[in-house]
Design a protein around this ligand. Structure first.
Ligand code: SIN
Length: 334
């Protein structure tokens, strides 16, 4: 059931004085200081009018990740139709570098499932943005919570505008001239297996803490994709600068060795996910979330050992490759 709510001034997009709360068709409830908002008053199982979608899109740009609690069950077609409002739907199965399962007959829907008996990794259990090893990574991920555990299985998100804005001008100047090599090999992303299936009563055994034990290692492996992107990119909709490196896929700075790159990358990876830059969402059955993959990182927690979790994700392409920011150093233009 979708709550029939009227917008309340205190809950709407308060940081953007250009948004007139009284005219919004939706209610927007901020989730944390850095990013994230719940959107109420929308039924995603029905077609969404253009003016309502305009409000949703503004909230997406303002809050970077938005959640739609209390939805009805969505069919693959309804899920895909909503995702298509954000851009061109990626209809190929993703490679990570394993070929990910998709919902039968729906190659555009990534089937992200961890069974109750599986004590190994879950997909996305490390800080990353999706498929950044492609020339045109995803613009947005539109995820639907099909089956949620009774506890745990939250997803965390981190605001990469803030990660960029809080660097010193000298650091921004240096990073502004660099590109990073993003690769589907996931050489550092692999370390997330260390945290495989943690629970209150039992830490994972050594043999469970291995990517090679997971169902994804048994899946068909794909050839490696690799692409260089600016370390500080511009967001094409807002014109703001964002830090654009992620621990999952970045291997090194372009033109440098891994040994030369790693000390600075380690700093940037830790900085990018400072607790103050994050929000955390606890999923309920049928919730939908939409993240801006250009200016956020996300991390799916693997702390629901013995429980089942099933998420369906549709993603949309960025229309063009990420471009370097021209607003370095100094403040972004309003
Ligand atoms: C992902 O798409 O990276 C995982 C998100 C999730 O399952 O919460």
């Amino acid at each position: 059931m979708v709550a029939a709510v009227r917008p309340r001034a205190a809950d709407v997009i308060h940081r953007d004085r250009r948004v007139d709360a009284r005219n919004l068709k939706i209610e927007v409830r901020p989730l944390a200081g850095a990013l994230g908002a719940r959107i109420l008053g929308v039924d995603l199982s029905r077609p969404i009018g253009d003016s309502t979608f305009t409000d949703i899109y503004r909230a997406f740009l303002e809050y970077l990740v938005i959640f739609f609690p209390g939805q009805r069950a969505l069919s693959p077609e309804q899920h895909t139709a909503f995702a298509a409002r954000f851009g061109e739907v990626d209809r190929e199965p993703f490679t990570y570098p394993f070929k990910t399962p998709t919902v039968p007959g729906q190659t555009q829907i990534l089937l992200n499932v961890k069974e109750a008996t599986d004590r190994t990794i879950n997909v996305g259990g490390f800080w990353h943005a999706d498929v950044t090893y492609r020339e045109r990574p995803h613009k947005a991920g539109i995820i639907y919570a099909k089956d949620v555990p009774p506890f745990g299985g939250d997803t965390m998100f981190a605001n990469q505008y803030l990660a960029c804005d809080t660097l010193s001008d000298a650091m921004k100047r240096m990073l502004g001239g660099l590109k990073a090599v993003h690769s589907s090999r996931m050489v550092y992303g692999n370390e997330w297996a260390r945290y495989a299936s943690v629970s209150r009563t039992r830490a994972p055994l050594l043999e469970e803490r291995s990517f090679s034990k997971s169902m994804y290692a048994q899946a068909e492996q794909a050839s490696v994709s690799e692409f260089d992107h600016p370390v500080i990119r511009v967001h094409p909709d807002t014109g703001r600068s964002c830090l654009y490196v992620n621990r999952g896929f970045v291997e090194r700075f372009a033109g440098m060795t891994p040994e030369e790159s790693l000390p600075l990358l380690e700093f940037l990876w830790d900085h990018a996910s400072r607790p103050e830059f994050t929000c955390r969402y606890t999923w309920s059955h049928n919730d939908v979330g939409v993240w801006d993959n250009r200016c956020t990182l996300h991390y799916a927690l693997n702390d629901y050992s013995g429980e089942r979790r099933e998420m369906h994700r549709v993603s949309v392409h960025e229309p063009s490759p990420p471009a370097a920011s021209r607003a370095i150093p100094g403040r972004d233009a309003d």
